[in-house]
Ligand binder design. Structure first.
Ligand code: NDP
Ligand code: BG6
Length: 502
């Protein structure tokens, strides 16, 4: 029995057809994402026998490497980062179809060489001219590459372009990139990745809301007091200063992952689970988000501190960061989704690096019971009902309810009903990239973002950045290992509420 047959978590995947033969071309193959995520995800798919029967991988970047160097480096990456124990036979099968091309995107010669390598790999592996081009590169490099690919397009075989976030640097550049891509490729050939959409727990939000009759009737302003979304990371910027100094927290996570979580939480039920139906509903939410006023926005930058017991340096002391950098590493905001379902219901959101711990949660806090008929003091320990979606870690869902403390009298306390993935399903959760790479090969765009979604996200972010031009906060304004600047707490306290502490 194959791993896929033994594994109930893969039930859904097994029911899907196997992808057509194809070659996956990774631009940015010398980068962090390829080693940490893409190659381990491919290996996990190979272990579960989910890759196309005829398959090849070509890495491309400026760094000089031979095919053997590339294979050796990728093997090490898999040994270090894959979620499965290393199996030489599975690896060898995958590595046989692996090639590397040294290529500067600004240089035509490398593109010609890439085309030759692809043609000969087609002959060897039987991949029929089908291509998935994965752009694991900074947004500025994408336009040129897209033109080059279009010029060398084969008559036979399909093409899919998988483009990493952030898509563009602002609304104008995102629109320009879309226009450039549209000259050569149709929207159904473009897969804009936001890997949060590939996370099991994010997809489970859709299952929770739309596969259960009990939540939808109360999923609105009448019953919900407010929503809190936290995307907290304990890591700093690692070795990505070059990228992060340009992006900051607002472009790195707020513009994409965080706004997608808001959209999934707030969207109307789609008429079906097709890519366009789901994306139509998300885009309506994004359009309905008000630009928050300056009082409803907080930005921060970490200074030195202690994270999980270890002393760490401040952002300005990180390698490659300018000593007086004004790049934000934390953002909190109070957002309103201006429609019938959510009018006047705040969505408090916050995200940042070097916070107290890694934790992504969506908390739906319900209104208090209107008239608890208990004696004075009986319900003092009772907090409002909260539905808490643990996106990561400790993936699961928890519902806080009031329950009677056993014994004489009537004392009520908050208890939790928990569903934990780890306790219910046998195998560890697949990484988001496994799902998304497979979906791109299958041509399923449901978990990818459409150009209009991206444009709505940028419109909001551009407006926020515009507001930020008016002042110059005093950075750093939070110590590493805390929950961000004091102003983030004030944002919520002003409304008589507080951030959840778990
Ligand atoms: P890195 O800086 O580590 O890698 C960038 C890659 O692009 C390198 O392989 C570099 O190759 C290549 N590259 C850049 N410019 C050129 C050029 N002109 N010609 C040829 N190759 C070029 O970035 P990451 O891997 O971290 O990120 C890549 C993308 O993935 C970004 O858009 C990021 O937002 C996104 N992403 C990253 C995540 C992560 O965890 N790292 C998570 C989610 C998304 P070389 O230097 O050899 O030329
Ligand atoms: C990436 C950001 O998109 O997401 C990184 O560029 C961040 O800065 C990462 O660390 C977080 O992803 P995850 O899956 O670990 O929450």
């Amino acid at each position: 029995m194959s791993a896929a047959e033994q594994n109930p978590l893969l039930e859904g995947l097994r029911l899907r057809r196997r992808p057509d033969p194809c070659i996956l071309v990774i631009f940015g193959a010398s980068g962090d994402l390829t080693s940490k995520k893409l190659m381990p995800a491919l290996y996990a798919l190979a272990v579960r026998d989910l890759l196309p029967e005829k398959f090849g991988v070509v890495g491309a970047a400026r760094t000089q490497e031979t095919n053997d160097d590339f294979r050796a480096r990728m093997k090490e990456a898999v040994q270090q980062h894959a979620r499965d124990p290393f199996d030489e036979e599975t690896w060898s099968k995958l590595a046989t179809g692996m090639r590397y091309v040294t290529l500067d995107f600004a240089d035509d010669k490398g593109e010609d060489e890439l085309k030759d390598v692809l043609t000969s790999l087609d002959e060897e592996q039987g991949t029929s001219g089908n291509r998935v081009y994965y752009f694991a590169v900074p947004p500025s490099a994408i336009g040129t590459l897209v033109d080059e690919i279009a010029q060398r397009r084969n008559a036979e075989g399909w093409i899919r372009l998988v483009i990493e976030k952030p898509f563009g640097h602002d609304l104008a550049s995102a629109k320009a990139l879309t226009a450039e891509i549209k000259q050569h490729f149709a929207e159904d050939e473009v897969f804009r990745i936001d890997h949060y959409l590939g996370k099991e727990t994010v997809q489970n939000m859709l299952a929770l809301r739309f596969a259960n009759g009990i939540f939808e009737p109360i999923w609105n302003r009448q019953f919900i007091d407010h929503v809190q979304i936290t995307v907290a990371e304990s890591i700093g910027i690692e070795n990505r200063a070059g990228y992060y100094e340009q992006a900051g927290a607002i472009r790195d996570i707020f513009q994409n992952h965080l706004l997608q979580l808001v959209a999934i939480t707030a969207m109307e039920p789609p008429i079906d689970f097709s890519a366009d139906s789901v994306r139509n509903e998300k885009v309506k939410v994004l359009k309905a988000i008000h630009t928050p006023g300056p009082k409803h926005l907080v930005r921060g930058q970490y200074g030195p501190g202690f994270v999980e017991g270890e002393q760490v340096r401040g952002y300005r002391e990180e390698e490659g960061v300018a000593p007086g950098s004004m790049t934000e590493t934390f953002v909190a905001a109070k957002l309103y989704v201006d429609n019938w379902r959510w009018a006047d219901t705040p969505f408090y959101v916050r995200m940042g690096k070097r916070l107290a711990r890694r934790e992504t949660t969506i908390a739906i806090q319900f209104k208090r019971a209107p008239h608890p008929p208990f004696e004075d003091g009986a319900a003092e320990g009772l907090r409002p009902n909260v539905l808490l979606i643990h996106v990561q870690p400790n993936e699961g869902v928890s519902l806080a309810i009031g329950a009677k403390v056993p014994g004489q009298g009537m004392t009520i306390r908050t208890v939790h009903m928990d569903f934990l993935y780890g306790g219910t399903f046998r195998e560890g959760l697949p990484d988001a990239y496994e799902r998304l790479i497979l979906d791109a090969m299958l041509g399923d765009q449901t978990l990818f973002t459409r150009s209009d979604e991206i444009e709505e996200q940028w419109a909001l972010v551009d407006a926020i950045i515009g507001l930020w031009q008016r002042d110059r906060p005093s950075f750093p304004n939070y110590a590493a290992g805390t929950w961000g600047p004091a102003a983030s707490d004030e944002l919520v306290h002003r409304d008589g509420r507080s951030w959840r502490r778990h």
